[in-house]
Design a protein around this ligand. Structure first.
Ligand code: NAD
Ligand code: IPM
Ligand code: MN
Length: 348
């Protein structure tokens, strides 16, 4: 039988609450299969930093890297908490993992399930995937500030875009579009960000030559936010940079039933490093510890994990169970009641 080594990072806030449900679902769906998940838990995040002063040590990183895959709840404290001012949890932990493990594809599917509480009156069939570049853009941390706190302060945040980095994620997006509805939309801001935008557009045009069946479209990011609300069914695969992809996928989550349903995979397609699966949402300090969080995003991230590991049947079973549960939801439930309801659907 096959053994998969899985690193589990519950994290902060609602992270541990939603990861507990995701683990329950993973255990249930693999109970009778011949794959065994060997889990190692890592206590990382703002809470750990406040306790020990550590964000992500070299030992943590080495131990996490030794796994086949990672699931993560969410990390980060309450925005603005003065005790975390120098902690840099997001950069020093989450982005450090994504960068070190070369998660150059940040895969963020958005599907409007029947019965999901979307805000749109007539949304149509909404089923698209944002392929967000995961290792470049302004997230790299290239920049700096001088004369901080003075009227002459200059703060620079440089967006890094390499031909290598753009081409590999664009190739992934085209291959994905081939397997879906053969439509790819590049989202950027080429009218203003002419250097990086020009390169993204040129690379998309070049790779498009190899995919004559894929219809290629382009939208400026501001216009893309309009169409994500007015006509989200027009999208199949959206490819975009790290920052635009971050913003678009919170919007996409809100449009397709709420951020509590939005799953993601930080993928290293080459398989050199473990990929990491996590909800799109954060640690939600406003509802943490109250069993109010929707664990569905974490559970759908398990479906992405299973698919990535070459377990498509288990993955589809999880997705179907979620779909059936969403169709039947009414009234409010606790986090663990939702996990239990999805597991009941799995076994039905
Ligand atoms: P957030 O996603 O945590 O919360 C935004 C809003 O969505 C809140 O009102 C929250 O209650 C709600 N929400 C989020 N997840 C939900 C769920 N599963 N069910 C129901 N409601 C949910 O975003 P934020 O408030 O901007 O960030 C909070 C902290 O999380 C910050 O420290 C931020 O840096 C961090 N963060 C971490 C990740 C991650 O670890 N991947 C992602 C985003 C934000
Ligand atoms: C996300 C989060 C992260 C991001 C932050 C916490 C660094 O918002 O996963 O979407 O911007 O990528
Ligand atoms: Mn985000």
């Amino acid at each position: 039988s096959r053994v998969v080594k899985l690193a589990v990072i519950p994290g902060d806030g609602i992270g541990p609450e939603v990861v507990a449900e995701a683990e329950k679902v993973l255990d249930a769906v693999t109970a009778e299969s011949d794959v065994t998940f060997e889990k190692t838990r890592f206590s990382l995040g703002a809470a750990r930093y406040l306790e020990t002063g550590d964000t992500l040590t070299d030992e943590d990183l080495a131990a996490i890297s030794a796994n086949d895959a990672i699931i993560l709840g969410a990390v980060g404290g309450t925005p603005g908490d003065p005790r975390l001012k120098n902690a840099n949890i997001e950069r020093g932990l989450l982005l450090k993992l994504r960068f070190t493990l070369d998660h150059y594809v940040n895969l963020r599917p958005s599907k409007l399930y029947s019965g999901a509480p979307g805000p749109l009156a007539a949304p149509g069939d909404v089923d698209f995937v944002v392929v967000r570049e995961g290792t470049e853009g302004p997230y790299v941390g290239n920049g700096g500030a001088i004369r901080v706190g003075t009227p002459h302060e200059i703060a620079n945040e440089t967006s890094v875009n390499t031909a290598y980095g753009v081409e590999r994620v664009v190739r992934y997006a085209f291959a994905l579009a081939e397997r879906r509805r053969q439509k790819l939309t590049l989202v950027h801001k080429t009218n203003v960000l002419v250097h990086s935008g020009g390169m993204w557009q040129r690379i998309v045009n070049e790779v498009a030559q190899e995919h004559p069946d894929v219809a290629v479209d382009y939208l400026h990011v501001d216009a893309a936010t309009i169409f994500l609300v007015t006509n989200p069914s027009r999208f199949d695969v959206i490819v975009t940079d790290n920052l635009f992809g971050d913003i678009l996928t919170d919007l996409a989550g809100a449009v397709t039933g709420g951020i509590g349903l939005a799953a993601s995979g930080n993928i290293n397609p080459d398989g050199t490093f473990p990929s990491m699966f996590e909800p799109v949402h954060g640690s939600a300090p406003d509802i943490a510890g109250q069993q109010k969080a929707d664990p569905t995003a974490a559970i759908l991230s398990i479906a992405l994990l299973l698919d990535h590991l070459g377990l498509p049947e288990e993955s589809i079973r999880v997705t179907r169970a979620v779909e059936a549960d969403i169709a039947a939801r009414d009234g409010s439930r606790t986090t663990s009641q939702t996990g239990d309801a999805i597991i009941a659907r799995l076994q039905a």
